[in-house]
Write a protein that binds this ligand. Sequence first.
Ligand code: GAR
Length: 210
Amino acid sequence: MLNKKIAVLVSGGGTNLQALIDAEKRGELGSGKITCVISSKADAYALERAKNAGIKTKTLIRKDFADIASYSVAMRDILLEEEADLVVYAGFMTILDENVCDAFKNKMINVHPALIPSFCGKGFYGLHVHEAALQKGVKVSGATVHFVTAECDAGPIILQKAVEVKEGDTPETLQRRIMEQAEWKILPLAVRLFCDEKIKVENGVTVITE
Ligand code: GAR
């Protein structure tokens, strides 16, 4: 199987990127190889993690563009130039439009820190997701890896993992537990399944053949 080039999109701390880098080092991304990390923010610590791992970095700052359409076109052009076979949103906080989603249909995946369809969609990102989960009083939350479509957090679900909510949790403690027990595991696993061509989408639902 030919190597698959993976472009990872980031905006922040990059712990999910680190989980992917570490998985690749352990040989756990199948035929996948992270070839480029693109940040929407100049000061994202994720860029340091990429540089430390010897991975090419680019920045595409949202504020440098008038609107989401022009930003999306610029992102699409970079991804095409990079010949990305797979695009991974790893804590990427900008919603890209159909200019990207159509060009990379069923080739972009996102990790979301809740069990979709709970606590997802516009406005549900980062700690806000965990604040909403605690406010609702759910006893179980978790993470979801799904294909990206132009509708936020609505694409076909690939993997999910549930995580217990504990008495006295704060958004920060719940976020950390969900990262450790779910996100850092199911994101590399979904990437491996994609790169090894084990994921099919049929009628808007994924079928995993493993
Ligand atoms: C992660 O919890 C990720 O699931 C979430 O932001 C955090 C980024 O952390 N993403 C979203 O909320 C996207 N809607 P990281 O930069 O350390 O990977």
